[in-house]
Design a protein around this ligand. Structure first.
Ligand SMILES: [Zn+2]
Ligand SMILES: [Zn+2]
Length: 272
C-alpha cells in the first residue's frame, strides 16, 4: 500500500520495514529516528503481533511520536474464497447454495454501493500503541470492527438490519461473504484459525483477537469475560496483556456445512 496520510522520512520508512520483517522474538529494538528535514520523531515499537499481518494487504505504522498505531488494509483477503469469482486464481468452488449472492470481489478494490456511488474496499483505523481497558464498554456497530491478518474486514454478529441467521447460508468456507460492500468475516475464519490459538486480527479498540484456544494454556480459556477477553501471555508477548478470543460456543453451520463460531459480538472493552 502507499500514500500514508502523514509525512515520513525515508529514514523512518526503512527503519519500519526492517522492523516489521523481524521475527517476533527479535523485536526488542526501539525505533528512534530523528529526521533532518521534517519534525516528527517516532519513539516506541510496534507490538510483535503485527508481524503476523500480511504485508501485501496491510500497512501498519506508528504515528503521533509512537503513541498511536495506524492499521491500513486494502480490504482484499489474501486467501481462497468463492467470492473472488471463477476467473480469479484464488477462486474456491463451494457446494453451498450462496443464494442471492451474485457479487464478487473486484481485485481493483473498487465497487459501486447500493446508492450507485463509487467506493473502495480499503479502510484504516488508528489505535493507542498500548491500549487500556475503558471504564465503560462500547457496543460494536455495523461495518468494519477490526482488520484481520489476511487483510479482510472483521464484522460483528449482525447482518444489515437484522440477525446474521438469514445470511448464514451465504458464508463461505472461512466464515466470510461480501455484502453490498467489502468482503468480511462474521465467523471463525478458517483461512486463519481453526480451533487453535492463532492471531486473527486487531479490533478498533486496539486489542488483538485470537482463535478459540490460548497460547498461555494451550486449551480453551476458562476465564473469559462476556466479550471473550481475558489477560494472559500470548505467543506474541511474554507479559500478561488483555486480548480477545473467539468464544468457543457453536453458532451455526455455514453453507459448506462447517460448524461456525461467532468471531466477535462485542462489546468492546477498550476505548474507541
Ligand atoms: Zn455480512
Ligand atoms: Zn488468551
Amino acid at each position: 500500500m502507499k500514500n500514508h496520510p502523514i509525512k515520513l522520512t525515508s529514514i523512518f520508512l526503512v527503519s519500519t520495514m526492517l522492523f516489521m520483517n523481524c521475527a517476533s522474538n527479535d523485536i526488542a529494538e526501539v525505533v528512534e529516528e530523528e529526521e533532518v528535514n521534517e519534525s516528527e520523531v517516532i519513539t516506541g515499537e510496534l507490538h510483535a503481533a503485527f508481524a503476523a499481518f500480511d504485508t501485501e494487504e496491510t500497512d501498519i505504522y506508528l504515528i503521533n511520536g509512537g503513541a498511536d498505531v495506524t492499521i491500513e488494509t486494502t480490504g482484499l483477503p489474501n486467501h481462497e474464497t468463492f467470492y473472488w469469482g471463477s476467473n480469479h486464481e484464488l477462486y474456491r468452488a463451494e457446494s453451498g447454495s450462496f443464494a442471492g449472492t451474485p457479487s464478487t470481489i473486484n481485485p481493483n478494490g473498487t465497487y459501486t454501493d447500493m446508492r450507485g456511488e463509487a467506493r473502495t474496499y480499503d479502510d484504516s483505523f488508528t489505535v493507542a500503541t498500548n491500549p487500556t481497558l475503558a471504564n465503560n464498554t462500547t457496543s460494536t456497530s455495523m461495518g468494519l470492527i477490526g482488520i484481520a491478518v489476511s487483510g479482510a474486514a472483521i464484522y460483528n454478529d449482525q447482518e444489515g438490519s437484522g440477525s446474521l441467521d438469514e445470511a448464514a447460508a451465504t458464508l463461505d468456507w472461512t466464515g466470510g461473504h461480501i455484502g453490498p460492500d467489502v468482503y468480511h468475516y462474521h465467523l471463525e475464519p478458517h483461512a486463519i484459525t481453526n480451533d487453535d490459538e492463532d492471531l486473527v486480527g486487531i479490533l478498533k479498540d486496539g486489542f488483538f483477537i485470537y482463535g478459540r484456544k490460548c497460547n498461555s494454556t494451550g486449551g480453551y480459556p476458562t476465564d473469559l469475560d462476556s466479550s471473550g477477553g481475558h489477560s494472559s501471555t500470548t505467543q506474541h508477548t511474554t507479559s500478561s496483556e488483555y486480548h480477545y478470543h473467539i468464544i468457543n460456543e457453536m453458532y451455526s453451520t455455514t453453507s459448506a456445512g462447517d460448524v461456525g463460531y461467532i468471531l466477535f459480538a462485542g462489546p468492546y472493552k477498550g476505548s474507541l
